[in-house]
Design a protein around this ligand. Structure first.
Ligand code: WT7
Length: 661
């Protein structure tokens, strides 16, 4: 990313415009007013119009009940999320492709809406037969295979909230999440493929549920049961080792589904019934279970998927996120399927067997909408233009970005090299907690600026405030009114819900991001202002990593900060002091780094680990993370006057320099 600044400045000042998509002309409730005007005039009526696009078993009595910080949307309404994603499409687009999937070895599977409906219904019946009932939480720990989508929708169908856990998380992380949600059923697989290796998910599940006696049922998908991996283009060498099945507890997915009926009427769910829990990292303690309910969530993800992706009948939509993150929940599963779109899903990473894999998939499947994270875009840039240049990408008509701030250089490269300067780029800001997109351009309607998320989606009220809650040009991002897909709480921890999001200003949501607004009213996200790191678009709490570090017997004290990284946005930098008498060797450093990966997952492995004789502290004993960030990013030290012992941090700077050389 070393383009001459003049070129970027020129491009930054260039204001792109795109023709409005037909979605805007079509939408019955948009007449001669812009959707922004409509929403501003009557926000509740505006969202109510979106809710009407879903199928409801019973109508709502009130659009919104707002008792800060608790919101209820479409109060009294009854619906089912899976019914809205599947059943209601059967008469019109039953034979349209709902899901097109490719595994990393190159094996493929496709499902029409009718086929997906039947598979989901069978699995829903099988879950019921295993004793899973409405309200029971079900943990899902799967690779990126169709059964992940099927399992989520089967849970939604019978009203059992799912808790999807990213397959890259460790057994310990899975354990913590199953325990917190008290999930009695876990759905996993014998394995999945990632960069030519097998991820043994069932073995991890077995380790995770040791001591959790309330887990009575484990359903195991045989990854290779539906396809011939050996015959797939990249499948020659890899086979998934057989896994142990515990009689009475463990069941093969393909066996229970084969025995189940495909007739499973969807459960009638209250608009405010829990649809799912999704755990995410915060500033303190363990990951928190973010609660999403049914009516408001479905309304917002369906609305945003329709307008922001400007969905058309013949689109092939590819969101590269894992279903273990909220992006996968909202924009692989619920949003696109509620709109009757064709979703493409891929199991593996972008660089296996080579760095052209994604572009080869785009060409072969005719991807029209491509939604990925800035980290991936920066990696593509680094790998070189020769990879995308090998393939015909003219099928793509819209490009999206999500998960972290996109730097203008990456935006411009994406626009040029992938979009050939003819695709709108939508940079979408949102969070696990917001459920759906919040700040985003509308393709065709919004003039974009590289690096800016532009404006709130119509019906979303965002602003910049200072510490005191006064409007500011640069400060904290704030959401001033409730929105349909907002989290309804933290599972089992109301105090934490109030404290984390609603304690900075009265009745205003604090997302934890810094932001600024420019003279044209465009919003620019500056990154997290709390102790949450964003590494490659994944959220990691500094406290979680610190706990994993001090869990190692050799570690006495640890402090973790995020340092800037060219590709991943941020990288984990750990400062560690060891127990007296222990030698600080390179082997120990590697062992401690691996310990974090084993405890949390590979995404949390520190990029840098610096042994420190002492950590810089204030005279009251507080670790000064700000100074550690200065050290990790090689900057001159900021104010050190409050330090108990300024020599400590100077010593660290030297050690950091040595370790890098
Ligand atoms: C945090 C939320 C949105 C789903 C994936 C991440 C950062 C997200 C953007 C963006 C700048 C962004 C924020 C936010 N973030 N999108 N377009 N521009 N920053 O969900 O794991 O809950 O993380 O990701 O810092 O708070 P998440």
């Amino acid at each position: 990313m070393t383009k001459p600044h003049s070129e970027i400045d020129v491009l930054l000042n260039e204001q792109r415009t795109f023709k409005p998509p037909t979605a805007f002309a079509d939408a019955a409730h948009v007449n001669d007013q812009t959707p922004y005007d409509q929403a501003a005039l009557d926000r509740e009526a505006y969202w109510e119009n979106w809710a009407r696009e879903l199928d409801w078993f019973e109508p709502w009595q009130r659009v919104l009940e707002w008792n800060p910080p608790f919101a209820k949307w479409f109060v009294g309404g009854k619906l089912n999320a899976a019914h809205n994603c599947l059943d209601r499409h059967l008469d019109t687009i039953g034979d349209k492709q709902a899901l097109i999937w490719e595994g990393e070895p190159g094996d493929t599977r496709t499902f029409t809406y009718r086929e997906l409906h039947s598979e989901v219904s069978r699995f829903a019946n099988a879950l019921k037969a295993l004793g899973v009932a409405k309200g029971d939480r079900v943990a899902i720990y799967l690779p990126m295979i169709p059964e992940a989508v099927i399992a989520m929708l089967a849970c939604a169908r019978i009203g059992a909230p799912h808790s999807v856990v990213f397959g890259g998380f460790s057994p310990q992380s899975l354990h913590d999440r199953i325990e917190d949600a008290h999930a009695k059923c876990v759905i996993t697989a014998d394995g999945g493929y990632r960069r030519g290796t097998v991820i043994p998910l069932k073995a991890s599940t077995d380790a995770a549920i040791v001591g959790l006696d309330f887990v009575s049922t484990v359903v195991v998908v045989q990854r290779g049961a539906a396809t011939d991996i050996g015959a797939a283009p990249h499948g020659e060498a890899i086979e998934i080792p057989s896994c142990e099945m515990q009689a009475g507890r463990d069941h093969w997915y393909h066996e229970i589904v084969a025995a189940a009926s495909a007739d499973c009427p969807p459960e009638s769910m209250d608009s405010e019934d829990l649809l799912y829990l999704l755990y995410t990292s915060g500033t303190t303690g363990n990951p928190k279970g973010v609660m999403h309910t049914t009516g408001g969530y479905m309304t917002q993800v369906a609305a945003t998927a329709k307008w922001v992706f400007d969905l058309k009948d013949d689109d092939v939509f590819w969101c590269t996120a894992d279903v273990g993150w909220v992006t996968g929940h909202s924009y692989i599963v619920y949003g696109p399927l509620a709109n009757g779109a064709t979703v493409f899903m891929y199991e593996g990473g972008p660089d296996w067997p080579d760095r052209g894999r994604f572009w080869e998939l785009v060409e072969r499947y005719g991807t029209t909408i491509f939604y990925t994270a800035p980290t991936a875009i920066r990696a593509f840039m680094k790998w070189g233009d020769q990879w995308p240049a090998k393939y015909d990408l003219s099928c793509i008509r819209l490009l999206g970005s999500v998960g972290e701030p996109i730097n203008p250089e990456a935006w411009i490269w994406y626009n040029k090299t992938i979009g050939h300067e003819r695709c709108p780029i939508i940079d979408t800001w949102w969070q696990t907690e917001t459920g759906g997109m919040m700040l985003t351009p509308l393709p065709g309607a919004t003039t974009t600026k590289p690096g800016s998320v532009t404006f709130g989606f119509p019906g979303i009220d965002a602003t910049i405030l200072d510490e005191e809650g006064q409007p500011a040009e640069s400060g904290y991002l704030a959401i001033t009114t409730p929105w349909p897909a907002m989290l309804r709480g933290i599972w089992g921890d109301e105090a934490r819900y109030r404290e984390t999001y609603w304690s900075k200003w009265p009745d205003i949501y604090f997302p934890g991001d810094g932001a600024r607004i420019d003279k044209d009213g465009y919003l620019w996200i500056m990154g997290r202002v709390d102790d949450v790191l964003n590494v490659a678009g994944h959220r990691i709490g500094t406290m979680e990593v610190e706990s994993a570090l001090v869990d190692h017997p050799a570690v006495a004290e640890a402090a973790v900060v995020g340092r800037a990284d060219d590709i991943k946005g941020q990288a984990v930098a750990a400062f560690v002091s060891v127990v007296e008498g222990i030698e600080t060797t390179d082997e120990l450093r590697e062992e401690i780094r691996s310990h974090v990966a084993t405890q949390i997952g590979a995404i949390a492995r520190p990029a840098d680990l610096i042994f420190a004789a002492e950590l810089p502290k204030t005279r009251s004993g507080k670790i000064m993370r700000r100074l550690l960030r200065d050290v990790a990013e090689g900057r001159a030290l900021g104010d050190t006057t409050t330090l108990a012992d300024p020599a400590v941090v100077q010593g660290l700077q030297q050690q950091y320099a040595d370790s890098e050389g």
